[in-house]
Design a protein around this ligand. Sequence first.
Ligand SMILES: Cc1cc2nc3c(=O)[nH]c(=O)nc-3n(C[C@H](O)[C@H](O)[C@H](O)COP(=O)(O)O)c2cc1C
Length: 313
Amino acid sequence: MIDLSVDLGGLKMRTPVTTASGTFGYGTEYVGATDYAKLGAVTVKGIRRDPWPGNAMPRHVEVFGGLVNAIGLQGPGVEAFASHYVKHYVKTVAEADAQERVPPMIVNIWGGSVEEYAEVAARLTQVGPPVEAIECNVSCPNVKEGGHTFGQDPAVLARLVKAVRAATTLPLIVKLAPNVPDIAPYAAACADNGADALALINTIPAMVIDIETRRPVLGNRTGGLSGRCVHPVAVKAVYDAHRRSRLPILAMGGVYEAKDAIELMLAGATAVAVGTATFTTPETAAKVCDGIAEYCERHGIAAARELTGALEE
Ligand SMILES: Cc1cc2nc3c(=O)[nH]c(=O)nc-3n(C[C@H](O)[C@H](O)[C@H](O)COP(=O)(O)O)c2cc1C
């Protein structure tokens, strides 16, 4: 029996596989379509303080090897999430899977200011299990300070991480954007200000144009690229971050099969998240979990955590 458990910066996961934020709803949407017992955690869609409508339609378009989306972080706001969605998750998943312990929730958060992030983190901390970790999406505009994304200025990122750290006792994962010239100062801003883990990668800025109408396809004009085509970008980002930072890494980006997850673990990931693949094959995360166990078995590895950073160079 392979030991699949991992510790992601204080979050105890029974397997190294979770779902990527925004691709698994609020945790109940795939009940009956996948085996929750194989999920080390469920990561839910981004939550901010107030309800948020998201972007104009259309919000996603398929491209070669992936998807460009501009959902615009639609969500019910932290109060509705904390008082209704979490209870619904526990009840629905526990009933459907007859599980004693539902997978812990990693709650992805965002906001328009440092203060908003801290407020949302504080409210989520009061909820208790299954809310067991916070993942900060820093790829959204800092409305209060000029509109650039939080994750694209190490000084702003440092302030954000410090404020959220002070607001929560939960494991704090900071989800970085891949489109920076060097990941090191961003990873350092996280480590130096109390983050427990990094998440890599968010979507890559992208755009699709309809040549007949000569208009952008997405209502928001631009969006973020995800899916198979971003996988090698994720591997490189994780490899760089693992070499330059001591923080454990939750990796995502084009995980469709176990071999994609194992690649990310060898590059330095402690755990992996399945995103876009879930839209076409809902049971992908569960299958990835089985495939990691099978790989460990075949290679005489007793515990999946031994794969982390085990790249031969
Ligand atoms: C439709 C959609 C919605 C997403 N929503 C969020 C979100 O709310 N917060 C966030 O941090 N990332 C969000 N992401 C990014 C994913 O969590 C993930 O980082 C990215 O898609 C790369 O993984 P993948 O290639 O396996 O999809 C979203 C991605 C997609 C495709």
